[in-house]
Design a protein around this ligand. Structure first.
Ligand code: ATR
Length: 285
């Protein structure tokens, strides 16, 4: 075990709540394995205290931090610089302190892309159906849109899908389709879909018996990626597997977004497999 010393560099998660986060396990496991003198802590920060907390990051000299609910958008006003991808997404999940300058990034979408790549799935020339239009969907869509041949965004609240599609269309000068998430739209869009991504919260613990797509709409020609990571195998993934579809779980996205943040802070690429095993173990309890 790495001993905390007078020169230990501090990284943290800033959010509210933070106590169920897997990020400390993810990062501290990698710090220890690589013998890096860093520690990752969870800091619960209320919305009213966000400004002073960020000032505190600077004055206490934290090396970097992750940002989670409810601060991913609000934090942007307190940063000195924002990476173009995070600006497009409109949210920051990772901040690095470079000699007192706070620079914000968003590694969520790229993390999803890395998870797909790791599973051998490329998006070039493919049709992607993305379910959801919330924070996770925004992050994923800005990494997917430049690569996929066709992107269709379906959301329970249609207006949010339309707005996201229009933002993407402007940014990438590419037609992006959108619609309401219903059985009928899914039936049509699933027929020739190559990749289906669930970025809604449907199926998440404790409502793990819910599934956003009816089983009979799934087929073996589609790769199903569920951004939900708790449970590790969601009902959607289980049913997709049972029809012979390739599946990618949300835990891989969680690990990869963390690994990208780790690289930003330390300059070192962390061991993905070890990080995955550590969070899997924690989730399985
Ligand atoms: P996150 O940051 O995790 O993406 P979010 O921004 O609150 O969380 O987005 C949640 C997404 O899940 C939204 O797309 C939401 O649809 P609405 O925009 O219509 O609210 C979707 N979602 C949540 N519960 C759902 C349900 N029961 N059926 C379908 N979609 C649901």
């Amino acid at each position: 075990m790495t001993i905390i010393t007078s020169t230990t560099k501090i990284c943290a998660l800033i959010g509210d709540p933070v106590e169920h986060s897997l990020s400390p396990i993810l990062h501290n496991t990698a710090f220890q394995l690589l013998g890096l003198n860093y520690v990752y802590l969870c800091l619960r920060v209320r919305s009213v205290a966000l400004g002073p907390a960020i000032e505190g990051v600077k004055s206490l000299g934290l090396l970097g931090f992750n940002v989670t609910i409810p601060h991913k958008v609000a934090v942007m006003t307190y940063l000195d610089e924002i990476d173009p991808l995070a600006k497009d997404i409109g949210a920051v999940n990772t901040v690095v302190n470079r000699s007192g300058r706070l620079i914000g990034y968003n590694t969520d979408g790229l993390g999803g892309l890395r998870a797909l790549e790791e599973a051998g799935v490329t998006l070039t020339g493919k049709k992607v159906v993305l379910l959801g239009a919330g924070g996770a969907a925004r992050a994923l869509s800005f990494s997917i849109a430049p690569l996929a041949d066709r992107l269709v965004i379906l959301n329970r609240t249609k207006a949010k899908a339309v707005t996201l599609a229009s933002n993407l269309q402007k940014r990438f000068d590419k037609k992006i389709l959108s619609g309401t998430l219903t059985r009928d739209t899914l039936l049509t869009e699933m027929l020739d879909a190559d990749v289906l991504i669930n970025s809604t919260s449907v199926g998440m613990h404790p409502k793990h018996e819910e599934c956003v797509v009816d089983e009979d709409l799934l087929h073996s020609r589609v790769t199903v990626f569920d951004a939900v990571y708790n449970p590790i195998e969601t009902r959607l993934l289980r049913e997709a597997k049972s029809v012979g579809a390739k599946t990618v779980g949300g835990l891989s996205m969680l690990v990869h977004q963390g690994a990208l943040a780790f690289k930003i802070w330390t300059g070192v690429t962390p061991p993905i497999k070890v990080m995955s095993r550590a969070v899997e173990k924690a989730l399985e309890g």
